[in-house]
Structures are given as C-alpha cells and as structure tokens.
Design a protein around this ligand. Structure first.
Ligand SMILES: *Cc1c(COP(=O)(O)O)cnc(C)c1O
Length: 787
C-alpha cells in the first residue's frame, strides 16, 4: 500500500480546516482515521504467501502515531499540515494514550516482532486480547505504590482499531462431553456449554516504507444476545461472566497463580484465534493437509499452549481427520518460545479446573499424554530420570511447558545462555528425546521505534555520517567504527546526549518539580520491579555512596543522578517494599545538604513505553544487574546500548552477547557467573552472613534498615534486612555487592576521561545493530517458520 503524500496532505488539510473541537485528541483521531481509510482501500492481501500468526497474551506497543507515520513515510508531511493549522505536532502525538496490553519485556517483544515482520515484508498477524483495562497506572503516595485502572480506550474510542462484528467467533466453556459411535469412529459432542462471543478488533501494522500492511487482532469477550425466555437477572449475570474474560490484564509477569479467570482468558484467545485462522484458510486456500506449508503459529511463552489441544479438537472433532493426521498437522505448524526458567513462573494448571472449564480439551490433553508416555516407554526409559519427569499430567496438575514442548516442532530460548540452560537443565529430558527441536533466537528490539522514533537527534547525526543504509540494514551501524578517534564526531555525540538529558530534565521538572543535575551521570535502572532484577543492589550502592558523602566526600568525583522506574505486581509484597525503600532513601538523600551536587535519586512513577522513549536516549549508564542465570534475555539492555549508554551488568541473558560484540573493555561487567549461581543453588553453600560480617560498608548500609533512621514503613525495611542477612539472600545481592561497587568505581573513573567514555559509547552504538528485531525475525522466518 502506498499513500500518496500530496493526497494525504490535501485530505488532512480539508479535515483540519473545519475541525471542531480544535483539540490535540481530535486532530489525532482525524489523522488515524485517514491513515486507516487509506490503508483499507489499499489492503495488500498476498494470499499465496505463508502466513505467520504470533499468539501472545500480551502486546505492549505504546503509542502508534509516530511509528505509523514513520513507517508510511508521512511523518514530515503530517507535521507540516499540523503546523499550518496551528497545532503543535508533539502535543498531538503525545495525546495518544499508550496501549499497555502487556506487563513488560514479553509484551514489548511481541510489539517489536510485529513491527519487524511488516518491515521485512512477511505476512504476520498478532493474536491477542482486547483488555478493557491494560496494565495499571502507578502512583506513589506516602512511599507506597498505588494502582489505578488504565482506561486506555477514551470516550471517543481507540483511534487505531476497527471492530469487525461480522467476523465474530463462538468460544465454548464447560458443558459435558457426550461420546457416540459413528461407523468406526468415536465422536465427541459438548452438551450445554457456556457460549461466549469473541469479537475481533483489528489494528493495522505498517511495514517500513514497503507497502506491507499486517494486523494485530485483539479479541473482546461478549455475551450471546438475550433470548425472550431469559430473565433480566439471569441475563445480567451471563453478560457479566462473559465480559469479565477480557476485562483486565493480569498485572504479573513472573508468578503463576492458578486463577480460573486466567485459564478462561487463555482458552478464549487460542480458541477464537485458531477458529478464525481456519475459517479464513478454508475460504481462501487449499486442504487441511497443506496447512503446515501455508501457516506458522508461534506461541509466546506457555500462555497460549492450549492452542495445541484446541487445534487437535477442531481437526478431529469438527473436520473428521484421524488423530494421526491431525497430530502431524499441529506438530508441523506450532512452535514455542520459552521466556523463563524460574519455577514460580511455570504454569501448572490443576486438572480439576481444566476438566470443569474445558472438558473436551482435557480429554485431548490426556490422549496426547498417553501417546507420549507410550512412545517413551517404547524407546526405553533410561533417558528419563523418572516417569514423573516426562508426563504432561502428574499429581493432578498439567505441566504446560511439557505440553508445549511435545506439541511443537521447535522450541526456542531468547538468548544463548538462556537456551543452553533450558536445554541442559529445565527441559533436559525433553532435549535428549527431541534434540532437533531445541534452538536459540536471541531477542531484539525495533531500531525504528527505539532509535529513529525515540532519538531523532542521534538518528540524524548517524545518517549524516554514514548515510541512510543502516535504517534498512542496522548492522551497517558498524560503519560508525571509523569515527572512534574523530574528535568532532565524539564532541557531537556528547552534545546530543546532553540535549537528550536536558529534554528529560525539563520533563521531570515540569512533572515533579525536581531539578536534575544536568551534568551528572544519568544512571538508569528501568524495568519491572523484581527480586532477581536487583533494583535493591543498585540501592545498596546508592546508600553506600550516601555514607561516603558524609565520611569521605572527596571520593565522589563525578555527580550522579540515579533514575529508577518500575512497577511492582500488586500482589508482590516484597517488590512493593523495595519501592518504599527506594522512595524513602530518595527523599532523604535529595534533602540531605551533604549530598548536594554529588548524588541525587529519582523514582519516576508509572514507567511505561512512552516514558522509556524519553528516558532511554538520556541514559549514560544502563543498569542490567540481574542475578546471573535469571534474566532470560532482557531487551532494555539493547535499547540503551543503541542509544549510546554504557552498560554495567552481570554475565546474564543478552548482556553476554553484548560483551561478545564489544568486548568487556567497553562494558562494566561484574558479579557471579551463571554456573556459580546454579552451583550455589544446588549445594546450598552460600551464606550471606559470612559476607555481611566481613564487609563494614554493608554493615553500615544495612544497619539503616533496622535502626529507624529511615523515614517510612519500618516493618518493610526490616523485612528487607532479614531477607538479605538472615533469610539466605535468594538473589545473591551481598555476594555481588563488592564486585558491583568496584565496577561502579570504574564507571566514575572513566567518566573523568570524557574522550574515552565517548569513544566507548560510539563503539556500543556501532555494534547494536545486531540487536535489531529485524535480525531476530529473519532468523525465526528462516529457521522456524520456513517462510
Ligand atoms: C523494554 C521494556 C521492558 C523490558 O525491560 P527489561 O529491562 O528487558 O526488563 C519493560 N517495560 C517497558 C515499558 C519496556 O519498554
């Protein structure tokens, strides 16, 4: 699809000239409607290409306006017209609310993947849910996180979606399974199920200047229409039960909790999604047997795993295929991405819940499992540690990762280390049985979103130096390497960082009244709050510097601003307590006259995609300090590298591949290695008290948590103290503290020689092209989806 620039400008002008009301929101809706109109009249259906469906319970795109205009090459034209009619373009763009239908990295990855699929000209479709409320908005009151509902659809509707009621699908829950014999075949029928209508809403996804238009479909749950014999009360309750399915996003991405509503959400997504795919496919294409050559289905973590039995149900029960035929189609179509090794995040649905909500699906899972166990027995058991280790169903729970592995032709981790641990530890028995299924696909980020859109100053500078080709082919950023000793280039790079820091400082001042030291190091730690991400380790270092300000003020040679942004899952008490501690320490440090001009601490509430776009270009230091082996990949690390921050980080996730590219000379690495952490976890020989008793700095810092010198929730602070000193320090903070402080000292020393610092920034930018999600998607396309 090409939108003619002049026609677009004329059409937009015509609408804006009489626009009423003259608000930024109204202008935004006008632009979005025009873009949708132009794109629908030009829809580029390419029916003979293989179609990829990316199933994900979460998509976290943020705002679309600038992404879409950039991809359609209409950004400048649009700004021009807006200015002609006395609109402030940034005001119009920023009036769009973030679509926050995701928690963090996993949902953001899905959004970057859709962007790259379209940019590379593939026919890719996102399948997700249209939550009425996205991820909660965070406020901080009295040092406590307060969660507010996220009303991302305004009264005038969501600008980018189109409701498609004619493509609605029926999803069935509950009921009872009746079996009957037909000729030689057992057939299955669901009696008296609860029927829910799934209505799709489509959001267009535009490729970068290549005429590709893809889509993200998000499904909304609605009740079937009232019949004349139903009482008002009964209908109200039916409606309520239907609509609650897509009412809100579960605000936790790291703890599985077996809630029935979440199970209903998951099945609702996969059933609506796969049914609609089959309807579409059978209308336009060939036979069921050809599906694997026409369709690829990727499941983002285990959340959509029920697509495996649901796909089987449709093929066997509704299309009369034999089990073997159906299984071969499903297995050659579905592939699974694992996102976490952490036990508390692994999904294990209780059998009774699945039986009650999805009785036919349960029978299919049992049959898949029966055949799988037979196969293992047939091959001999020795490769399995025990039967308990291999079965999808054990102890009355269904292991979703096992079902996903058994029903997928390819299983991938999201960074080299993660894929290795997945294969050698978590799913070892399965990788012995199916070695050819396991592979790695290191995550990436859309450089269009995170560099072209978020950092126009740097984008234009790079283009002046090395031309345009890197925009299509981001590994060409390595062309920047010839400027690493060019003083003028390094000066300009520094100047751009400074302007981005000022842009952030102005925003922060306008919002909070805090005056950031614009010439300090901007030390940035932004991501979900979790024990393993170790915001607390960062804070212990801050508190240590606070002590230094009192004891040895000369030791702090460069002023520093520590910037935190993080939401805690509402039910994750420990994470919330860490937020309390950060905000308590922040307010005391910022008021202490001794720290003036030396250190400053900011907790910026409501971290989201739009904020990330503002903060990341301003970062000097990127904090990527997870306990080694715990962060599957990380993508925040990549975003900041691309924007010229230096990373202080552990050898974890994609950090390792960053150091492979730039070498540890251009990366502040520290801490235990993954193998050391895993060994301690197995042998239980780590005792934080030993570290504590040997380190005076730690004693002094931690003493504050229990001696009442910090204002705020004393119970919370004491709890944190005990978690570290007495309760085993699960995430090895004390163990890594010394080495972290050393690395932070190196940061300070390096900042004193600006030329060397700038050179390292340029080297990091130069090698960041590898982390474009275009590279990741090209790998999926070639090695998993066979496009
Ligand atoms: C990139 C991103 C994340 C993921 O950050 P990590 O550092 O990889 O955990 C989370 N939230 C938002 C809003 C993001 O943009």
């Amino acid at each position: 699809m090409t939108i003619n620039k002049d026609r677009f400008k004329k059409a937009l002008s015509k609408q804006l000239v009489n626009a009423e009301p003259r608000t930024p929101q109204h202008a935004l809706h006008t632009i979005a409607s025009l873009v949708k109109e132009f794109s629908e009249s030009n829809e580029s259906k390419s029916p003979h290409k293989k179609q990829v469906y990316y199933f994900s319970m979460e998509f976290l795109p943020g705002r679309f306006i600038e992404t879409n205009l950039l991809n359609l090459d209409l950004l400048d034209s649009c700004k021009e017209v807006l200015e002609t009619f006395q609109y402030e373009p940034t005001e119009v763009f920023q009036s769009e609310l973030d679509a926050a239908l995701g928690n963090g990295g996993l949902g953001r990855l899905a959004a970057c993947f859709l962007d790259s699929l379209a940019a590379l000209g593939y026919s890719g479709h996102g399948m997700g849910l249209r939550y009425q409320y996205g991820l909660f908005k965070q406020k901080i009151n009295n040092q406590q996180q307060v969660e507010l509902p996220d009303q991302w659809v305004s009264d005038s509707g969501y600008a980018w979606e189109a409701r498609k009621p004619d493509q609605a699908i029926v999803v069935r829950f509950g009921g009872s399974v009746h079996m009957s014999q037909h000729n030689d075949r057992l057939t299955f029928h669901l009696h008296n199920p609860e029927e829910i209508i799934a209505v799709p809403y489509q959001i267009p996804i535009f490729g970068y200047k290549n005429n590709q238009v893809n889509d993200l479909t998000i499904w909304r749950a609605e009740s079937t229409p009232a019949t004349s014999d139903i009482t008002f009360e009964a209908y109200a309750s039916t409606k309520r039960k239907a609509e609650e399915i897509t009412e809100f996003l579960y605000p936790d991405d790291s703890h599985y909790d077996g809630k029935v509503l979440r199970l209903r959400q998951q099945y609702f997504l996969v059933s609506a999604g796969i049914q609609s795919i089959l309807v579409d496919y059978l209308q336009n294409e060939g036979t069921l047997q050809e599906i694997p050559s026409k369709i690829a289905i990727q499941i983002n973590d285990t959340h959509p795993t029920l697509i495996i039995p649901e796909f089987m149900r449709l093929l066997v029960d509704e299309h009369d295929l034999s089990w073997e035929e159906a299984w071969s189609i499903v297995l050659s179509t579905v592939s699974y991405t694992n996102h976490t090794l952490m036990n508390e995040a692994l999904e294990k649905w209780p059998v009774f819940l699945v039986k009650e909500q999805l009785p036919r699906i349960f029978l299919i899972i049992e049959e898949i499992n029966r055949r799988h166990c037979l196969d293992v027995e047939y091959r001999g058991l020795e490769e399995w540690e025990s039967l308990n280790d291999l079965s999808i169903v054990t102890d009355d729970v269904i292991h979703m990762a096992r079902l996903a592995v058994i029903g997928s032709h390819t299983i991938n981790g999201v960074a080299k280390l993660h894929s290795t641990i997945l294969k050698d530890e978590l799913l070892k028995s399965f990788s012995i049985r199916f070695p050819e299924r396991f592979t790695n696909k290191t995550n990436g980020i859309s450089h269009r979103q995170w560099l072209l859109n978020a950092n126009p100053l740097l984008t234009n500078f790079i283009t002046r130096l090395i031309g345009e080709s890197w925009k299509e082919n981001p590994v060409n950023l390595t062309k920047l390497l010839k400027y690493t000793d060019d003083d003028a280039v390094l000066d300009e790079l520094h100047a751009i960082k400074q302007q981005n820091k000022q842009r952030l400082a102005h925003k922060v001042f306008a919002k909070t009244g805090h005056q950031i030291m614009e010439h300090s190091i901007f030390d940035v730690h932004i991501k979900r709050l979790h024990g393993y991400k170790r915001q607390l380790l960062n804070l212990l270092h801050v508190m240590y510097l606070w002590d230094l300000c009192h004891d040895k003020p000369d030791a702090i040679k460069v002023p520093r601003t520590f910037i935190f942004g993080a939401k805690a899952a509402p039910g994750y008490l420990y994470a919330k307590r860490i937020i309390s501690l950060i905000t308590s320490v922040a307010s005391q440090i910022n008021e202490d006259p001794v720290t003036k001009g030396k250190i400053q601490v900011l907790f910026l509430p409501n971290y989201n995609v739009s904020q990330a776009e503002l903060i990341i270009p301003a970062a000097d230091i990127s904090e990527q300090i997870s306990t080694a082996s715990k962060e599957a990949s990380g993508t925040g690390n990549m975003k900041m590298m691309m924007n010229g921050a230096l990373t202080i980080g552990t050898m974890d996730g994609a950090n390792i591949e960053m150091t492979d590219l730039v070498s540890t000379d251009h990366f502040f690495d520290f801490g235990l290695r993954a193998q050391e952490v895993l060994a301690y976890e197995q042998n239980g020989q780590y005792d934080p008290r030993e570290v504590f008793h040997q380190d005076r700095r730690l004693q002094k810092v931690l003493h504050r948590l229990v001696n009442g010198s910090l204002k705020g929730d004393q119970v919370a602070f004491q709890d944190i103290y005990y978690s570290l000193v007495e309760n085993g320090d699960e995430y090895f903070l004390l163990k890594d503290f010394g080495s972290y402080v050393q690395a932070q000292n190196q940061v300070q020393e390096l900042y004193l020689t600006p030329r060397t610092w700038q050179k390292k920034c340029l080297i990091n930018i130069s090698h960041s092209g590898y982390f474009s999600s275009d590279r990741t998607i090209a790998e999926y396309a070639k090695e998993i989806w066979h496009l």
